[in-house]
Design a protein around this ligand. Structure first.
Ligand SMILES: *[C@@H]1O[C@H](CO)[C@@H](O)[C@H](O)[C@H]1NC(C)=O
Ligand SMILES: *[C@@H]1O[C@H](CO)[C@@H](O)[C@H](O)[C@H]1NC(C)=O
Ligand SMILES: *[C@@H]1O[C@H](CO)[C@@H](O)[C@H](O)[C@H]1NC(C)=O
Length: 302
């Protein structure tokens, strides 16, 4: 088979690029997070262009007892097109990219992801020699939290900048059940916060948290009531304060001026020092022969 050396070569590249096909169990090669109802592409491909149109590849999802059949492709046939056995969960929702097969791309798309799609997927080339190849993907489908109205639904958080330095405060009053209140940066990463108020009053919770930010940018305060699938957020943006820019410019100018002054000072000092030394040398040196002659000439009466 002519393909074999090419495949082995491509696996070498895969190894080099860090995308090794791993053993059947172990850490995933790729982690993917998607929001419920969105489509997702699960990647599985050779780095070099290997035509896999006439090969077989099998996508499975790890289950509690048995693996679920997600997608099977075999030399032009696949589920709902000559092959049978796809799990009910994935019927009519999974497709491959037929035009990509000649480039060695066995990726699949799952349409309208559901929460139960979360889990570990494997893309297996079972007939590949010398060993079948496996690529593993961990998929997380996050629930979409919708704004819903119910008594005690957290209102839009009240966000303020407390100090020019970047102390941000977020207040969520009168919510029930108790919300988690977090500050997120622009990448939706949770920032460390300090809870300054956490009170209950007639079954309603009042929560206030603060965080300190050092970078200008936009931040979100997010209140979540997980039990009710309720999430609501407010944004606040922190700018570079003008006085800070002025201060930075002033410091830079001062440093440049100081450096110039020092350099000029050293030059002037060296110049005078040099001059003084020349003068001192002249006074100490015995008069040269020419000077003696000159002196002698001058001393002669006219
Ligand atoms: C793939 O299918 C074609 C016909 O569609 C056949 O000629 C060929 O032998 C098959 N290849 C393999 C590896 O089964
Ligand atoms: C494989 O094909 C999919 C769908 O077109 C694409 O999103 C993905 O980037 C391709 N993978 C590679 C490695 O080219
Ligand atoms: C952050 O989350 C919001 C929804 O809560 C989403 O619209 C936005 O795209 C996310 N941003 C990033 C960078 O993930």
């Amino acid at each position: 088979m002519e393909l074999l050396p090419l495949l082995i070569l491509s696996f070498c590249f895969l190894n080099l690029s860090g995308m090794t096909f791993a053993a059947e169990s172990g850490p995933p090669d790729t982690n993917i997070t998607v929001q419920e109802d969105d489509d997702v592409i699960l990647p599985c491909s050779f780095v070099s262009s290997v035509n896999i149109e006439s090969m077989k590849f099998d996508w499975k999802k790890k289950g509690t007892l048995l693996q679920k059949e997600v997608f099977l492709y075999d030399n032009g046939s696949y589920y709902n097109n000559g092959l049978h056995g796809q799990d009910e969960q994935f019927k009519g929702r999974v497709s491959h990219f037929s035009k990509e097969l000649k480039n060695g791309n066995a990726s699949i798309r799952i349409n309208k992801t559901r929460l139960e799609d979360s889990g570990q997927y494997t893309c297996i080339f079972p007939d590949l020699q010398p060993e079948r190849k496996i690529f593993r993907i961990e998929l997380v489908v996050e629930p979409v939290l919708k704004i819903r109205n119910f008594p005690g639904a957290a209102p839009e958080p009240y966000v303020t900048i407390l100090k020019e330095k970047g102390l941000l405060q977020c207040k969520v009053p009168g919510a029930s059940p108790k919300p988690t209140v977090e500050w997120w940066d622009s990448d939706n990463k949770t920032l460390p916060t300090k809870t300054v108020q956490d009170e209950e009053e007639q079954g309603r919770f009042h929560v206030t948290v603060q965080t300190t930010v050092t970078e200008p940018g936009c931040y979100h305060c997010v209140a979540t009531q997980m039990e009710k699938w309720h999430r609501i957020s407010s944004e606040i943006c922190v700018h570079h304060e003008p006085w800070k820019i002025v201060a930075v410019v002033a410091v830079v100018v001062a440093v440049v001026l100081a450096v110039v002054l020092v350099v000029v000072g050293i030059l002037v000092w060296c110049y005078f020092k040099n001059k003084k030394r020349q003068k001192d040398n002249k006074e100490q040196e015995p008069p040269s022969a020419q000077e003696q002659k000159l002196n002698a000439d001058q001393s002669e009466p006219v």
